[in-house]
Design a protein around this ligand. Structure first.
Ligand code: NOJ
Length: 570
């Protein structure tokens, strides 16, 4: 039975149970392995360094497999570990079928896959197929002349347009050797591949199959909305600075799904894996074309709920205070649009600020906030993605100077803010708020120097709170964020209603509470979260027989206290 039949079967069962509550349902039986347990995301560079060079490695991941198992995860998504000049920390790949020596060897990788399998955990790789590194042999050949065999493997033009790259600056780079410009959606060192060329597509599919043949459990597919380019390269409507984001000109263009259906046929069909595409700009209403029975992926990371701060595009200094109702609407729209398919639930990853700072007002208690987000993450419908450190309640950092930031995008955003007239202090404030380095500081394992991450000098400073916020301390504290996660994941993994139940939102107009229910037959769960720093009255009746099952306060009131989150069940 394939995935679609599984899901359809579960939905039919749910509908039948509504009509006749006496029907006994075991929804979890009908779902795939990747729907039943969370995925744990690792940023290997910051996870655990075992050779003292200040950079995490694959042996560090192997060392911590039992920790990940203790969280109840069924898969680990590794951000890119391929050879790379590391301009964008691995998202600039110079060889698609090898391991970056900074992280280890292919033997280490094979050992990781085997050791993870022994713990019932699959390894999921990151495919970066929109662009390669400018040091990839394909690009070196392509740029060498206009008539070499790979001359057409990248996007070359005689004229440039006013497009701005996502990291800031022109999206076109002049190449002396060819006397032409090449397109780079991201950093200058990340030239875009030409998907119109079938040899390019074949080479990429072969790379994906190389990893599947080594036993990986699936792929997260990077920046996939940009692979289709327009038929004509023309200027876009300019912002005040005269440039137009490349995103507005190339994201999710018609024809992209033809490429992706081919990818699915050539790489995924017939394999027991999952795929999750990264797709900024795919709107919840378009999700059915991308996922589910007519789609190309199993899940899609769309950005509607994390982009609520960016109504004017993702330029950090144009961010606004977000409205809770917009955030809830985005989640509700995505939940509805994936009712017949599946959704990857996430609030953090290596590109986003830490949620305790991102979604809660200044002055909120961070431990309560981390547990509140855990409650939402683990009770929405879909596969929860937990990002390293999220399970420990990590918070943002604030480095003193832009020079202390490693992230190419933080530097680009800082430059854009300065060019728009903001002072150094103001520009740095935007960086503190949104920098991707907030999520990339080293993991905090214990109270020893550098939080036990490395015996050398960490590539990025460790957060100053590591003496109190770390895995060893939290492991011993029954009330910690870590142990809260462990209990909640084990509850979610065993709950038919949380895996298969329908979603409905309550109190939609509230700018203070997020309340939703999950229902399967006569089983019901309700999640209620107070996003403010004051008491808020609950709706009079959650549902008949509702009892508190989980909460981030030990006792119960008939209202929600500051940052309080509760799961009710019957
Ligand atoms: C999205 C990745 O998550 C991000 O880290 C990277 O910089 C860009 N894509 C470019 O590959």
């Amino acid at each position: 039975m394939n995935r679609r039949t599984f899901i359809k079967g579960a939905i039919a069962l749910t509908a039948a149970a509504w009509a006749n509550p006496m029907i006994v349902i075991d929804a979890a039986e009908n779902f795939k392995w990747w729907q039943k347990k969370p995925v744990y995301q690792i940023y290997p560079k910051s996870f655990l360094d075992t050779d003292g060079n200040g950079i995490g490695d694959l042996r560090g991941v192997i060392d911590k497999l039992d920790y990940i198992k203790s969280l109840g995860a069924g898969a680990i998504w590794l951000t890119p570990i391929y050879p790379s000049p590391m301009v964008d920390n691995g998202y600039d790949i110079s060889d698609y079928t090898a391991i970056n020596p900074l992280f280890g060897t292919l033997d280490d990788f094979d050992e990781l896959v085997a050791e993870a399998k022994a713990r019932d955990i699959k390894i999921v790789m990151d495919l970066v197929f929109n662009h390669s590194s400018d040091q990839h042999p394909w690009f070196l050949e392509s740029k060498s002349s206009r008539d070499n065999p790979k001359a057409d493997w990248y996007i070359w033009r005689d004229e440039k347009t006013n497009w701005r790259s996502i990291f800031g600056g022109s999206a076109w780079q002049w190449c002396e050797e060819r006397g032409q410009y090449y397109l780079h959606t991201f950093a200058t060192q990340q030239p875009d591949l030409n998907w119109e060329n079938s040899d390019v597509r074949r080479a990429l599919y072969d790379a994906a199959n190389f990893w599947l043949d080594r036993g990986v459990g699936g792929f997260r597919i990077d920046a996939i909305v940009y692979i289709k380019k327009p038929a004509q390269f023309v200027d876009g409507t300019p912002d005040a600075d005269g440039t137009c984001s490349v995103h507005n000109m190339t994201a999710a263009l018609p024809g992209i799904l033809d490429f992706l259906h081919e990818f699915k046929r050539e790489v995924c069909d017939g394999r027991d894996i999952f795929t999750v595409g990264e797709a900024n700009s795919v709107k919840p209403e378009d999700l059915p074309q991308w996922v589910g029975s007519h789609g190309v992926f199993d899940m899609l990371f769309e950005f509607s709920h994390v982009n609520v701060m960016f109504p004017h595009g993702e330029v950090w200094h144009r961010a606004e205070l977000y409205k809770l109702s917009d955030f809830k609407q985005a989640l509700t729209d995505s939940q509805r649009a994936t009712r017949d398919s599946w959704y990857p639930i996430y609030f953090e990853n290596h590109d986003k600020p830490r949620s305790v700072n991102n979604f809660f007002p200044h002055g909120s208690d961070k431990t309560l906030a981390a547990k509140a987000m855990a409650i939402i993450l683990l009770t929405l419908r879909g596969t929860p993605f937990i990002y390293q450190g999220e399970e420990l309640g990590f918070a943002n950092v604030a480095f003193d100077s832009i020079d202390d930031y490693d992230d190419v995008s933080s530097r680009g955003q800082y430059d854009m803010a300065r060019a728009d007239g903001f002072s150094d202090k103001q520009a740095l404030r935007f960086v503190h708020r949104f920098s991707r380095d907030n999520a990339r500081t080293p993991m905090q394992w214990n109270t020893s120097p550098n939080a036990g991450f490395t015996s050398g000098k960490p590539w990025l400073p460790v957060h100053e709170d590591f003496k109190t916020c770390n895995a060893a301390v939290e492991d011993k504290n029954a009330d910690s964020v870590l142990n809260f996660y462990r209990r909640l994941v084990s509850f979610r993994n065993a709950s038919d209603v949380l895996i298969g139940g329908d979603y409905a939102e309550l109190c939609h107009d509230s700018e203070e509470l997020y309340v939703f229910t999950r229902t399967l037959g006569d089983k019901k769960i309700c999640t209620a979260v107070n996003f403010t720093t004051h008491d808020v009255k609950l709706p009079d009746k959650i549902f008949d027989g509702a009892k508190k099952l989980f909460g981030n306060y030990p006792d119960e009131k008939n209202y929600l206290r500051a940052t309080e989150a509760v799961i009710y069940g019957n």
